[in-house]
Design a protein around this ligand. Structure first.
Ligand SMILES: [Zn+2]
Length: 183
């Protein structure tokens, strides 16, 4: 079976998640990544991650794993390139930023006929800091939560408190950029 392993750090702990190609004649089901546990297989709780942010799927015709953006307003950054539309092939060592959370493709195993091909480890693991990544304080003011009921946008500090307008829980709220006077 073809599979891809993601690795990231959450609360100081290294976490991994394996995306496996579905073995069936049905169209491949994707792995959905975001903050909303209802819609996502892989849940990242960081407030800069959108409720449903990206999906990863195996494309048998192109013979690889691909990542597709599902949030126009909060595009992921894949190997320092913003992915605003379409999809991009993932390779071992690929860096994926969802908001401020970085995921790395730790391993990809693809089966060609009966042979499992495991690429050798990538020598350079540590990427240089991204100049365009916002700092924590900048991002705190740049991102907001859109209420799923009344669509008002509030600050991340409201995440655990609920919508200040209608009181709805913001756990499933969509992350949006709130950049006053955007250049
Ligand atoms: Zn509301």
């Amino acid at each position: 079976m073809n599979q891809l392993t993601l690795q990231w750090v959450e609360a100081g702990q290294v976490k991994t998640y394996t995306v496996a190609e579905q073995q069936s004649s049905q169209p491949s089901r994707s792995t959905r990544i975001g903050r909303d546990p209802v819609r996502c297989n892989l849940v990242l709780t960081h407030p800069t991650v959108s409720g449903l942010h990206v999906e990863i799927f195996y494309d048998p015709q192109r013979g690889g794993f691909y990542l597709r953006n599902l949030r126009d307003s909060n595009p992921p950054v894949v190997d320092r390139q913003k992915l605003t539309e379409g999809d991009v092939m993932l390779r071992q060592g690929t860096s994926i930023y969802l908001g401020q959370v970085e995921l790395q493709v730790a391993a990809i195993a693809t089966r060609v006929a009966n042979t499992v091909v495991v690429p050798p480890p990538v020598a350079t693991i540590a990427p240089a800091p991204l100049a365009e990544q916002p700092t924590a304080s900048q991002a705190g003011s740049a991102y907001g939560l859109r209420c799923p009921r009344c669509h008002q946008i509030s600050l991340y500090e409201r995440l655990s408190l609920g919508c200040p307008w209608c009181g709805t829980s913001l756990a499933a709220a969509v992350s949006v950029l709130m950049v006053p006077g955007e250049k």
